[in-house]
Design a protein around this ligand. Structure first.
Ligand SMILES: Nc1ncnc2c1ncn2[C@@H]1O[C@H](COP(=O)(O)OP(=O)(O)OP(=O)(O)O)[C@@H](O)[C@H]1O
Ligand SMILES: [Mg+2]
Length: 232
């Protein structure tokens, strides 16, 4: 596959953004692309072997072919697993989108592709006046939307797509990730989204017995991504 930089967002928190981001990184690394990952803001860290660790940061880092220091790829790593602006407040930190942008530019210079995982849903606040949508807009990357398939996801996905469009960003594709394997009329829900989202479906990921980047990647066709159109 060709190098593909993108911003990965989702319909909510805990719906598979990291799993799908790691699958996209895995697929590119396997194809010989020099790919880096960024999780610019991560909330929830443990002190292990002399360093702060976050599960998302570690899972993404495990797949990259362009390894970079966490201080560069995750400028904001908070100990408390809470809403980012509150976790930041606890540590007396202001999240500066401009600083994240400078880190992104430095990462971009060292890799052929950069996969950036957002934090929570698309409109999660980062501070009193900024939110994740501002960050996505500044990065100006094509967006991949992970839809956590469960009851209620249709409206959440359509609202997120609207918010992405409002920011002038390009929705390059979406992934149906099975959060609730008992969801009634699963295919009907996927079809409803296919009919309404103006972006290609990259794949349907079932509930995996052992979730991993490789296992998720097997269900995804990244060549379907509509990346030709540059972000506006
Ligand atoms: N298709 C799947 N099959 C099995 N487990 C899954 C699947 N998708 C996600 N999970 C599991 O659900 C949990 C949440 O997924 P993930 O960490 O990717 O969500 P997220 O949207 O990145 O969350 P956050 O908002 O905290 O960053 C993880 O334990 C992950 O392994
Ligand atoms: Mg995550």
């Amino acid at each position: 596959m060709k190098p593909c930089s993108c911003f990965v967002t989702g319909t909510d928190t805990e719906i598979g953004k990291t799993l799908i981001s790691s699958a996209l990184i895995h697929a590119q690394a396997k194809a010989g692309v020099h790919v880096a990952a960024m999780k610019p803001i991560a909330a929830g860290a443990q002190w292990l072997d002399g360093a702060w660790h976050n599960e998302d940061v570690d899972m993404l880092a495990a797949e990259v072919s362009c390894p970079l220091p966490t201080s560069l790829t995750t400028p904001y790593l908070f100990e408390m697993p809470a809403a980012p602006h509150l976790a930041a407040e606890q540590e007396g930190v202001d999240i500066d989108v401009g600083l994240i942008l400078r880190h992104f530019e430095a990462v971009q210079q060292q890799a052929q592709a950069v996969v950036v995982e957002g934090v929570g849903g698309f409109c999660v606040p980062l501070g009193a006046r900024t939110d994740t949508a501002d960050l996505a807009q500044q990065l100006a990357l094509p967006v991949v939307l992970v839809v956590g398939m469960r009851l209620g996801c249709i409206s959440m996905a359509l609202l997120t797509a609207q918010a992405i469009a409002t920011r002038g960003l390009h929705l390059a594709g979406w992934v149906a990730n099975t959060v609730d394997p008992t969801m009634a009329l699963f295919e009907g829900n996927v079809k409803a989204l296919q009919d309404r989202l103006d972006a290609p479906l990259i794949g349907v990921v079932p509930r995996l017995e052992t979730p991993s980047a490789a296992a998720a990647a097997a269900h995804l066709n990244w060549n379907a991504l509509r990346t030709a159109q540059a972000p506006r």
